[in-house]
Design a protein. Structure first.
Length: 193
């Protein structure tokens, strides 16, 4: 049985309209919000060794790719990775990096497990809720994830996964990038560049 508070919280999440993330967040794949990636298994963040910019590595059934998170540009692609090392493995769920990340193991969060950062150093929080399970809603907030008051004040319903299973959602270690990965697409929001 649900408590009155739990019912109110569920109703608040169900009533929250889907809205764009607030400033300073903007989509990396502008003007599209997401880029299609069939068979997406997981993603992981790493810093470009040359610029220090966030990069996101994508592991899918169609291979591996690395995207620049400020522009959404595909910077490296391997359609046929070594099958012995192509799935996230080991205690840290890593895959070998490619392109600018070559020689760097990248931790991957998604179908095989793992997770991304749920908060940033400057107070942003990301929560995944499922008031209408099996669908997931991604909530971005500045109140520590409490989601007090109506949506659009200090919290926003920024993504709704109803078409395909959620793989992972979270921030890069720098806190400059937010990603939502489903089995069919990748959404990247950035606040730099």
């Amino acid at each position: 049985m649900f408590t009155e508070y739990e019912v109110q919280l569920r109703d608040r999440f169900l009533a929250a309209p889907l809205s764009p993330a607030p400033a300073p967040w903007r989509p990396a794949f502008h003007p599209r919000l997401a880029t299609p990636i069939g068979g997406l298994l997981g993603i992981g963040f790493a810093s470009d060794p040359g610029s220090g910019q966030d990069l996101v590595m994508v592991v899918s059934q169609g291979g591996h790719g690395v995207f620049d998170t400020t522009t959404g540009k595909l910077v490296a692609r391997d359609r046929d990775p070594d099958p012995d090392i192509s799935d996230p493995a080991g205690p840290h769920l890593t895959c070998p990096g490619l392109g600018p990340l070559a020689g760097t193991p990248v931790r991957i969060a998604g179908l095989h497990g793992g997770g991304l950062h749920a908060t940033t150093d400057d107070g942003w929080s990301l929560d995944v809720v499922s008031p209408d399970w099996p669908h997931h809603r991604i909530l971005l907030s500045t109140d520590g994830g409490l989601c007090h008051g109506p949506a659009g004040g200090v919290w926003w319903h920024i993504h709704h996964t109803s078409h395909s299973p959620l793989r992972t959602a979270g921030f890069s270690p720098t806190g400059h990038t937010l990603a939502v990965a489903t089995s069919t697409d990748l959404t990247i929001l950035t606040r730099v560049g």
